[in-house]
Write a protein that binds this ligand. Sequence first.
Ligand SMILES: O=C(O)CCC(=O)C(=O)O
Ligand SMILES: [Fe+2]
Length: 369
Amino acid sequence: MLYMCQKTRGRLKTEASQEKQQEMQSLTVPSVQAMVAATGRATVPPRYLRPAEVVAGDSEAQIPIIDYQRLLLELELDHCGEESARLHRACQDWGFFQLINHSVPDDVVEGMKISIQQFFQLPMETKKQFALERGQQEGYGQHFVFSEDQKLDWADMLYLYTQPHESRNTKLWPDQPANFRSTLDVYSGAVKDVSDSLLATMTKNLGLKREAIADKCIPGMQSVRINYYPPCAQAEKVVGLSPHSDADLLTLVLQVNHVQGLQIKRNGSWLPVKPVSGAFLVNIGDMFEVFTNGRYKSIEHRAVVDPKEERLSVAAFHLPNVHAMIGPLKEMAAHEEDAYKTLDHESFMKLFYGRKLEGKSFLEQMKLN
Ligand SMILES: O=C(O)CCC(=O)C(=O)O
Ligand SMILES: [Fe+2]
């Protein structure tokens, strides 16, 4: 997720801020993909092993399906119709939905999928050219590791700032495969448009004016986390991505190949999600929960891995602009007490990146009382 703008990057010179950066800097961990290539998928070091029951899922979740074209039509007509009402219920009751008929062209989605798969097939030496730099969040590696005895996720990732353009550190944007950068550029813009329209409908569904939430994202921020989960013969004993909620407003996840693995926590159980072909999996993030004083809640989710096949996904995180304050909107909390603190954007993200992923524990720190 994105917390540092270009201007801020240049400011990280003082000793105090360097110390702070180091505090929140994730420890470097080995590439799981390289480990699997060297030792085989049956070798699982103890740092990755979790109690078997922790990984078990329940029945498949039938999460709501929302039709984007219908939403757009209702938005254009300035009319809260059936699809907007379905979206409102999905946000309130699930915090998660599948978005069909979205406007990101098939060739852009397919191009993105191919580029990502090709990137992870590159030799380790090449991928390392884009490695996470000390004190930064962007690059190839892993986040959220703060102690030598912390359990590790069975995955590698590539994390990049994508919007606005000025936030991009193109040095860390892979130049292989050849069209990676241009594909990500087009993909990120198209996905941001979808997110902006969803936020506009959601803002309206909450009875708010556009400027309350939707306009805070124009120009808003977007980052992508590209997840690579190698196969693991002891898949039932490892976790690909630890249980967490996303820190942003709205996340759009693209399932890259046919291997499933996303699970959501609902009524205390882990429900595996079966992605509809061509759909985005969309979820509410912590910032949305804070803005709405808990009306729309972020949802805890995780990724499990497959015993035989690799799995890949791309999460696009959408956040307000860097100047936005993150706290309960006065319009939402007019007749009730604020349930969350208010922080500036950068402090909020530092808090998120300064601790390991553990369910919704990050948001607990934002709660008042
Ligand atoms: O791999 C997935 O399906 C989920 C990814 C995710 O939750 C994330 O990157 O935050
Ligand atoms: Fe997530």
